[in-house]
Design a protein around this ligand. Structure first.
Ligand SMILES: NC(=O)c1ccc[n+]([C@@H]2O[C@H](COP(=O)([O-])OP(=O)(O)OC[C@H]3O[C@@H](n4cnc5c(N)ncnc54)[C@H](OP(=O)(O)O)[C@@H]3O)[C@@H](O)[C@H]2O)c1
Length: 363
């Protein structure tokens, strides 16, 4: 039997300080829902952004609870649930919905939206996956009507592992959580070479994920362009992915090195304006460079089918190492550690890892 109340990290109002409470109600699952006892919750840039700047219309009402990623154990199932059972380990993606949010001890999800993970993956590893993987794949593999993706042939469809072989993929910011998954997706498709920019300290790690070359992201655009030219001699850059999403120059640079007919993917819905003049110029030349946008929800109409394909495959991919989770650092004191973790993120002091907390360890 789950308790009536729980510890939760509450945002009382827009841009207010967090309050740690012990009496937030535990919501019971409806007929098609499950209640998950969260073992690990991961911190994301969205949490840091909303904490610092407010969520505007994205936050339906205050008090609110952040936390969009997590992993835990199913504690209760609704009367009509038959795809998962009490006691199973699942990863969860919350979105901005207080019932689902993960900076608390318990959260409720539609049973169809929790994903079992294999025994070789820990709770912290599982918590690093849902949002970042969804962001990576919705930008490249969604094909449903209304999608904004690059519509690459996914690796499970005919040609998905052969048609990109010998073509280059370029990822600007490969050590971001999203970028790490993009590199692994490009490896699944046999892009070659797979070139990522990053702090050079992550070179070996990114190569272990599938990058064939890592370029120091502190170099100037001209220096990066020269290196890129020598690495891609004899081939074309068919995919450029900017998973960092906050740098106008980076977007413009990425678009400019993309081959005609290729796809530029970004994660920032407000960044299209950064490219407008380049796109017009390119269109006049008939280059047919596509611009795609990732959107990390499998519930948006264009991404629904992809969500099912991903859910069907992720457990097997994790079991066999086709994809690996992000590396992580567990913050001390459970939910009480979130604020300092988000501050580190805001200051750009989180590099190549995901921060996680264990709600049960809250002091
Ligand atoms: N569209 C969507 O649905 C969606 C969903 C989720 C996230 N996002 C957005 O995607 C972006 C990435 O999220 P994330 O969780 O992957 O980030 P993250 O892992 O928290 O980002 C930290 C990493 O960013 C790298 N970085 C810092 N400044 C950079 C720059 N100027 N260029 C390239 N890399 C830089 C750092 O790399 P080094 O250590 O190598 O310096 C660090 O490893 C965020 O802006 C987030 O808001 C969008």
């Amino acid at each position: 039997m789950s308790p009536a109340t729980q510890k939760a990290l509450v945002l009382p109002a827009e841009k207010a300080s967090f309050e740690l409470v012990t009496d937030w109600p535990v919501t019971l699952p409806g007929p098609t829902e499950v209640l998950v006892k969260l073992v690990s919750a991961a911190l994301n840039p969205a949490d840091a952004f909303i904490k610092d700047n407010g969520g505007g219309l994205l936050i339906p009402a205050y008090p609110f609870i952040l936390g969009v990623d997590g992993a835990g154990v199913i504690e209760e199932v609704g009367s009509e649930v038959n795809n998962v059972a009490k006691g199973e380990r699942v990863m969860v993606r919350a979105g901005l919905d207080v019932k689902r949010s993960t900076f608390k001890e318990y959260a409720v999800f539609p049973a169809a939206e929790v994903l079992r993970f294999p025994a070789n993956i820990s709770f912290d590893e599982a918590a690093t996956i849902p949002l970042a993987l969804a962001t990576a794949v919705t930008g490249i593999w969604a094909h449903g009507e209304g999608n904004h993706s690059a519509e690459l042939t996914p690796p499970w469809d005919e040609g998905g592992t052969t048609k990109y072989a010998g073509k280059a993929a370029f990822i600007l910011g490969g050590s971001t959580s999203v970028g790490q998954f993009v590199i692994q997706c490009a490896r699944m498709q046999n892009f070659s070479p797979i070139i990522a920019t990053s702090s050079i300290k992550h070179e070996d790690y990114l190569k272990s994920l599938g990058a064939t070359h890592v370029i120091d992201r502190s170099l100037s655009c001209d220096e990066i362009k020269n290196t890129l030219s020598s690495l891609t001699a004899g081939t074309t850059i068919e995919l450029v992915y900017d998973p960092w999403g906050r740098d106008r120059d980076s977007h413009r640079f990425g678009y400019s090195v993309l081959a005609p007919g290729g796809a530029f993917v970004h994660v920032n819905p407000f960044a299209a304006d950064w490219l407008a003049d380049l796109v017009t110029e390119s269109e006049k030349k008939g280059e047919n460079k596509r611009v795609a946008l990732s959107w990390s929800s499998y519930n948006s109409p264009g991404n629904k089918e992809l969500g099912q394909e991903i859910f069907d495959r992720v457990p097997g991919w994790l079991e066999t190492g086709v994809i690996v989770p992000n590396r992580f650092e567990v913050l001390p004191n459970g939910l009480a550690g979130v604020d300092a973790g988000l501050e580190r993120m805001s200051k750009g002091l989180v590099s190549g890892i995901k921060l996680t907390v264990h709600p049960a360890e809250t002091l």
